[in-house]
Design a protein around this ligand. Structure first.
Ligand code: NAD
Length: 501
C-alpha cells in the first residue's frame, strides 16, 4: 500500500462489509476484518468481515436447514417471484454496482457496460423466468419388461446445498452466473468470493436480505481473506455440490477434497485459447480478436485467445498488425471512460505476469512490444500490452495461462498444422477461426478440442449458450439449459401399466 492519490475524481465507493448468514447481515466471529485494495491506486477502499471456519459452518448449517425444512425446492412460482425481486434490486442499484466493480476489480468503466456489470444484471432476468418454465418431469414411452407394460417417469430435482467458489476477474458476472441457475433450480447456497473482490458478493447479500423475500438460509455470502475457509465447503458432508470458477490448480485440489464425500463438482477453469488465422483471412478483423482481446481487462479473462496462430505466408504482416493494434490500446485509470485497459488485480498477479515475460525472453521468444511496467503509471498494478513473436508452441508462455496482457504469435504451415498446434494444450476452453470461406473456417473449428469457438468473428456469449471447457479447462457447462441442469439431480421412477398420469 502507498499514499498515492487516485488519478481522477470519481464517486465515493463503499461496499457492504458484512456477511450474509442465515438471513442476517453479520460481522465475522471475533470481529476480524480484511482490507479491500483498489488495484489502480494501491489504496484501501474499505474493510470486509473476515469469516472464520466457524462462520462457514454456521452458513452451511443454515443452507442445509433452508433446503431440508422449507418449500424453496418445490415452490417454483415463489422462486420465480424471489428472483424477479432480486433482478429488480440489481437494476435499481446498477450504478452503485458499476462503481463498486470499477473500484475493487480495476475494471475499465468501458467494460462495465457489457460483461462486467450490465450483461450479468440483464442476464439474471433469464434465470428469473426458469423456475416455472422448465419441465421437471417427463415420461418415456411405455416398455414391456417380462411381458408387462412399464411406464417410466424421469424427474429432475435440485441437488441440495451448493457451495459456490468464485474468482476475482469477473466477480459480479461469475457470482450471478452461479446464483441465477442454482437458485432457479431450487438449491440453497453458500457463496464464497475471492478475497480480492469481496464486495461484488457481499453487496448481493445485502440486496437479497433487504430487497427480496428469499428465505433465511437460502443464500449465504461468506467472504474471507483465508482460502481455507472456502475449503470447508469442499469437505463438509452437508454440502452436496461445489460449483467453482478459478484456476486449474485450485480446481484440481477442490476435486480431490470433494471426492472424500463424493460431491458433484462443477469446474470452470483456466484456458490458453488459440485464434487461428487462415491464409485467406481478413487480418484486420481477425488479428485484433487477440491483440485487443488480450488487453481486455488486462488479459484477466479465461476465454481470451492468448495464442495467435497465423499462416506463415501472412505471419510478418500479422505481427505488424498486432503491434499496431496494441499500440492503439488506451490504458491507465479505470475510471477514465476512454481507457480500454486497466490494472491487474494485485501486486502478486503483476509479479506473476512479469515473471512470465522474463521467462518468454529467456526461452528465446522475440519481444515485439511492451514487456514491463508503464513508466507513466508507477502506482497501481499496471503492465504494458506485450507481444511476443517467433514463439515455440512448446514454450512456457505458449503453454501456460499468464492472465495478463501478453500475446504470443505462432506461425503454422497448413490447416492440419494449425489444428495440431491449437490442440497441443492441457486446456480446451475457447478459440477462434477466421477464413474467407465460412465452410472452411467451420470445418477447422469442428476439429478444435474446445468448448466455445468464434467462427469468423461470431459471438457466442449469452445466458442461453452453454459455456465451459474440454480437458483441464473444466467439467460441466455454465449457462443455457445444460447449465441449469448441472444444478439438478435426475430421478427415474418405474410404474406398472400403460396409462400415463
Ligand atoms: P484461484 O483458483 O486462485 O481462486 C478462485 C477461488 O478459489 C477464490 O475464491 C479462492 O479464495 C478460492 N480458493 C483458493 N484455494 C482454495 C481451496 N483450497 N479450497 C477452496 N477454495 C479455494 O483463481 P483466481 O486467481 O481467483 O482466478 C483466476 C483463474 O480463474 C484463472 O485461472 C482463470 O482462467 C479462471 N477463470 C475461469 C473461468 C471459466 O469460466 N472457465 C472464468 C473466470 C476465471
Amino acid at each position: 500500500m502507498t499514499d498515492a492519490a487516485p488519478k481522477t475524481t470519481h464517486p465515493e465507493v463503499s461496499g457492504e462489509p458484512r456477511l450474509l448468514i442465515d438471513g442476517k447481515l453479520v460481522e465475522a466471529t471475533g470481529g476480524k476484518t480484511f482490507a479491500n485494495i483498489d488495484p489502480a491506486t494501491e489504496l484501501t477502499l474499505g474493510d470486509t468481515a473476515d469469516a472464520t471456519p466457524a462462520d462457514m459452518e454456521t452458513a452451511i448449517a443454515a443452507a442445509r436447514r433452508a433446503f431440508d425444512e422449507t418449500s424453496w425446492a418445490e415452490d417454483h412460482a415463489f422462486r420465480r417471484r424471489c428472483l424477479e425481486q432480486f433482478h429488480a434490486a440489481l437494476d435499481t442499484h446498477r450504478d452503485e454496482l458499476r462503481n463498486l466493480v470499477v473500484a475493487e476489480v480495476g475494471s475499465p468503466m468501458m467494460l462495465t457496460y457489457i460483461m462486467m456489470v450490465d450483461g450479468p444484471i440483464d442476464d439474471l432476468g433469464y434465470w428469473a423466468e426458469k423456475p416455472d418454465q422448465y419441465e421437471y418431469e417427463h415420461w418415456l414411452p411405455v416398455r414391456e419388461v417380462f411381458g408387462q407394460p412399464q411406464r417410466r417417469l424421469i424427474r429432475r430435482e435440485p441437488i441440495g446445498v451448493v457451495g459456490a467458489i468464485t474468482p476475482w476477474n469477473f466477480p459480479l458476472y461469475l457470482n450471478l452466473a452461479k446464483l441465477g441457475p442454482a437458485l432457479a433450480a431450487g438449491n440453497t447456497m453458500v457463496l464464497k468470493p475471492a478475497p480480492d473482490t469481496p464486495w461484488s458478493a457481499t453487496f448481493l447479500g445485502r440486496l437479497i436480505a433487504e430487497e427480496t423475500d428469499i428465505p433465511a438460509g437460502v443464500v449465504n455470502v461468506v467472504a474471507s481473506s483465508d482460502h481455507m475457509v472456502g475449503e470447508v465447503l469442499t469437505t463438509d458432508p452437508r454440502v452436496d455440490m461445489i460449483t467453482f470458477t478459478g484456476s486449474t490448480a485450485t480446481g484440481r485440489r477442490i476435486m480431490a477434497k470433494a471426492s472424500e464425500t463424493v460431491k458433484k463438482v462443477f469446474l470452470e477453469l483456466g484456458g490458453k485459447s488459440a485464434n487461428i488465422v487462415l491464409e485467406d483471412a481478413d487480418l484486420a478483423s481477425s488479428v485484433p480478436i487477440s491483440a485487443m482481446g488480450v488487453c481486455t481487462h488486462s488479459g484477466q479473462g479465461c476465454a481470451i485467445t492468448t495464442r495467435l496462430l497465423v499462416h506463415r505466408s501472412r505471419y510478418d504482416e500479422a505481427v505488424e498488425m498486432a503491434k499496431d493494434s496494441m499500440a492503439s490500446v488506451t490504458y491507465g485509470d479505470p475510471w477514465d471512460p476512454g481507457n480500454f485497459q486497466g490494472p491487474l488485480i494485485s501486486a502478486k498477479q503483476r509479479e506473476r505476469v512479469l515473471g512470465y515475460i522474463e521467462k518468454g525472453k529467456a526461452e528465446g521468444a522475440r519481444l515485439v512490444c511492451g514487456g514491463g511496467i508503464p513508466a507513466h503509471l508507477p502506482k497501481g498494478y499496471f503492465v504494458e500490452p506485450t507481444l511476443f513473436a517467433d514463439v515455440d508452441p512448446k514454450a512456457t508462455i505458449a503453454q501456460e495461462e499468464i492472465f495478463g496482457p501478453v500475446l504470443v504469435i505462432i506461425p503454422f504451415e497448413d490447416d492440419d498444422d494449425a489444428v495440431r498446434i491449437a490442440n497441443d494444450s492441457i486446456y480446451g476452453l475457447s478459440g477462434a477461426v477466421t477464413s474467407a470461406s465460412e465452410q472452411r473456417a467451420l470445418s477447422v473449428a469442428r476439429r478444435i478440442r474446445a468448448g466455445t469457438l468464434m467462427v469468423n468473428g461470431g459471438l457466442y456469449n449469452a445466458p442461453d449458450v452453454p459455456f465451459g471447457g474440454y480437458r483441464q479447462s473444466g467439467l460441466g457447462r455454465e449457462n443455457g439449459t445444460e447449465g441449469f441442469e448441472e444444478y439438478l439431480e435426475v430421478k427415474a421412477m418405474g410404474l406398472p401399466g400403460t396409462a400415463t398420469a
